[in-house]
Design a protein around this ligand. Structure first.
Ligand SMILES: [Zn+2]
Length: 452
């Protein structure tokens, strides 16, 4: 097979931006060099001043197929990913029917995904009451780890677990070495808060915010730290919103507790004070909190107390967002942003002094590490040639018509963002190029743990 060489003045190699070329053979980075070493090669693609970075890895995506494909599906979600520079995503085990809580359901999902993927996709398995006996089989079949909820998930097929179920599952996970991702809100503080706001106006954002207090996150995380220690289990807090929990997590990690944490672009972008009544496109759980909380999350991310950023892309049919009456308490909780994570995070990050290397750590290397994706997450000889070529100085206004998600409702609509994705390569193949999808077939693969 022939060698493709691409080059630019700004390639992110080992945490530094430098002029470089990348030689790609059989979808793998075969060599990296400086311009002077580049002899006469037939096939050079020169990206000039554009920036070349490892393709993004998003470990928190809800695709909902099969079963709720009218919410989002493999074909639409992975095209949105490609257009956003995301080359690998790991799909959440719920919202599809069946949920990925049995080996049988995992096989169904894999079969459904085949042939539809524009980018590489792996799967998390789910932990629900009564499925402990499935966990080992799921892990051997290729899920990358597991996810559970401590509060109702929003769909009946994926029930929440409590401490008793975790005490049953964690010895198994610890024995097989699998990570557990946890939606970290405890039900008791939420139930109490919901009682307190039951007569408040459901169109007001403050009503929703008050119904999901920080204490439910803080107490859940305290419990997870305790359980991680007791069972020597690897735990991961998904979509951290309450900045109060950062100090607690930092202390635990310093003392060797195996716990990691992600936050999402929306917690780093929006602030409760700015959310208008009825703007249910901004509803998610845990909720977007105050401006001061956002700044604390940024501080934690910049200092490394938060490991990385994942989207929690979780769309639904627009009518379920209750935009007509703006009822925050009834609307589906979930924010669509898979295609926008790079510009959304970069826009805020560069105002706070972050560098491109930070962006790659938060959106590529960090999530790749969580999932154990050894072939992804950096531009390194021997790894997959997954690359995003983008312009960090160009700005654009988000236009729903240019989004490839199944449903276009997103709180980023109309927002001015910095950072335009130009071209995306998956294993050396151009899968997105300035509004076009040049790949002749669906170039993405189903990834299984151990093979990826
Ligand atoms: Zn989620």
């Amino acid at each position: 097979m022939s060698t493709l060489v691409i080059r630019s003045q700004h390639v992110l190699i080992a945490g530094e931006l430098c002029p470089a070329w990348i030689a790609i053979r059989d979808g793998i980075v075969a060599a990296i060099g400086v311009p002077e070493e580049l002899g006469t090669t037939s096939d050079i693609v020169d990206f000039g001043d554009a920036l070349i970075m490892p393709g993004l890895v998003d470990t928190h995506v809800h695709i909902n197929e099969p079963g709720r494909t009218d919410w989002e599906g493999f074909a639409t979600a992975t095209r949105a990913a490609a257009a956003g520079g995301v080359t690998t995503l790991i799909e959440m085990p719920l919202n599809s029917i069946p949920a990925t809580t049995t080996v049988e359901a995992f096989r169904t999902k894999v079969a459904d995904a085949q042939g539809q993927l524009a980018v590489d996709v792996g799967f998390w398995g789910g932990i629900v009451p009564g499925n402990t006996s499935e966990l080992r089989g799921l892990y051997e079949a290729g899920v990358f780890g597991f996810k559970c909820f401590l509060v109702p998930s929003g769909v009946p097929e994926f029930e929440a677990v409590g401490e008793p179920e975790l005490r049953e599952a964690l010895p198994v996970l610890s024995a097989i070495g699998a990570v557990l991702l946890v939606h970290s809100e405890l039900p008791a503080p939420v139930a109490q808060a919901q009682l307190e706001v039951r007569n408040e106006n459901p169109r007001r954002y403050l009503t929703w915010l008050r119904s999901r207090p920080r204490s439910s996150e803080n107490e859940a995380i305290a419990m997870l730290i305790r359980l991680s220690q007791e069972f020597d289990a690897q735990l991961h807090v998904v979509h951290l919103s309450s900045s109060d929990a950062v100090a607690c997590l930092r202390r635990a990690r310093v003392s060797g507790v195996k716990i990691t944490v992600e936050t999402c672009p929306h917690y780093l972008t929006f602030a409760a004070e700015e959310i208008e009544d009825g703007a249910t496109e901004l509803k998610c759980a845990p909720p977007i909190r105050e401006r001061s909380n956002r700044e604390e999350l940024w501080k934690a991310l910049l200092e490394g107390s938060i490991d990385f950023v994942a989207t929690d892309h979780s769309p639904c049919p627009p009518e379920m967002k209750c935009r007509e009456n703006g009822d925050f308490m009834r609307a589906w909780g979930g924010i669509a942003s898979l295609q926008l994570s790079l510009p959304a995070v970069w826009t805020e990050a560069q105002q706070r002094g972050a560098r491109i290397a930070d962006i790659a750590r938060w959106l590529s290397a960090g999530p790749a590490r969580l999932a154990g994706l050894r072939r992804k997450g950096s531009i390194t000889v021997g790894k997959d040639a997954d690359l995003v070529v983008w312009n960090p100085d160009a700005e654009f206004s988000v236009d729903a018509a240019t989004l490839y998600h199944r449903h276009k409702l997103t709180p980023y609509e109309g927002r001015r963002l910095r950072g335009v994705v130009q071209t995306t390569f998956l294993r050396g193949e151009k899968i997105y190029d300035q509004g076009e999808f040049p790949a002749q077939r669906a170039a993405g693969r189903v990834l299984r743990r151990g093979e990826a």
